[in-house]
Design a protein around this ligand. Structure first.
Ligand code: DHB
Ligand code: FE
Length: 305
């Protein structure tokens, strides 16, 4: 039998002739493998380099950090850019812009109505923040039954669930809007975030000469009957990394304004007795045009499916 050439090998791996299996998977895997074969040839990648890469991928998976790498290499933002383009083509480019979910969302956080404390009320966490606003449709009409799912990191830039020192659902809450479409929550202004040191992720970014910092941000997943589910973030102004986010997620219209409120009147039910920082922000959702628009299959759920 004649020796196998790289072209013949590629044909076999690409499974272009196969009829079994999943056609879409065959197509995607075939393309990615062909591109990698080409990269190995073009860059003259050595066996050492190749197996170092495979070892790194193994450690990456074992550490549960694949989602950190996709964000840091720009894939998460690319997918958002593609969704934005799709919206523009469909004439749906309206409302609050989307921003990446990131790898740290956990579904089913405790649910309250109208207002909620993310800081649990157990300890005073500062600087005290109240964020408030309404959930509206594209015409500015309040969306009844909307739910705002909120999550952010603690004072050390760590997220509960992934950080075993925090309580279950710490700094993760959902709030259902009141009859006027209004929500509000109390928490504290979170700091920025950095990828875990001494990890497969930090190893790669060091080799790339890149930092692993994200500017201070708060995540949201906003849903309402008849509306397209929105995954977004707000950025807190004044952060040195605001335009140098390792995950490329900052959007100018999502950089909020911080107000200092000195009179706690009207905020007593949130346990506020002194001055605090306020963010006023309305979420504007697109109409749902497909049944899938109202669903959100969290990455966490996908990863365990
Ligand atoms: C990452 C962390 C975040 O807090 C986030 O919002 C997005 C990405 C990360 O580590 O990749
Ligand atoms: Fe985050």
């Amino acid at each position: 039998m004649a020796e196998l050439t790289r072209q013949e090998l590629l044909k076999l791996v690409e499974t272009t002739q196969a009829a079994d299996g999943n056609e879409r998977v065959r197509r995607i895997v075939g393309r990615v493998v062909a591109d990698l074969f080409e990269a190995i040839d073009d860059l003259d990648i050595t066996p050492d380099e190749f197996w170092n890469g495979v070892g790194w991928l193994t450690r990456l998976g074992a550490s549960g950090q694949t989602g950190l790498i996709t964000a840091g290499l720009g894939f998460d933002r690319l997918l958002d850019i593609r969704e934005d383009e799709k919206d523009r083509r469909a004439g749906l480019a309206m409302g609050t812009p989307r921003a990446i979910e990131g790898p740290l969302y956990i579904p089913d956080a405790p649910l309250a109505t109208a207002e909620v404390r993310l800081d649990d009320g157990a300890s005073a966490r500062a600087p005290v923040l109240v964020m408030e606003g309404r959930v509206l449709d594209a015409k500015g009409t309040p969306l009844k039954g909307a739910i705002v799912d909120i999550w952010h990191c603690n004072e050390h830039g760590r997220y509960s669930h992934f950080d075993p020192s925090q309580k279950e659902f710490e700094l993760r809450r959902r709030v259902r809007v009141d009859g006027n479409g209004a929500y509000r929550f109390r928490s504290f202004l979170p700091p920025g975030y950095a990828i875990p040191p001494n990890s497969p992720t930090s190893e790669l970014f060091a080799a790339l000469g890149r930092h692993g910092n994200r500017p201070a941000h708060i995540h949201f997943l906003v849903s309402a009957p008849g509306a397209k589910t929105l995954t977004t973030q707000i950025n807190i102004p004044g952060d040195a990394f605001i335009h140098d986010d390792f995950a490329f997620a900052t959007r100018d219209s999502l950089i909020v304004t911080l107000e200092t409120v000195t009179d706690p009147k009207g905020y007593e039910s949130l346990g506020i007795t002194g001055s605090f920082t306020r963010i006023q922000f309305d979420f504007r959702l697109q109409p749902a045009t497909a049944t899938t628009d109202q669903q959100h299959l969290a990455r966490e759920a996908r990863a365990h499916a």
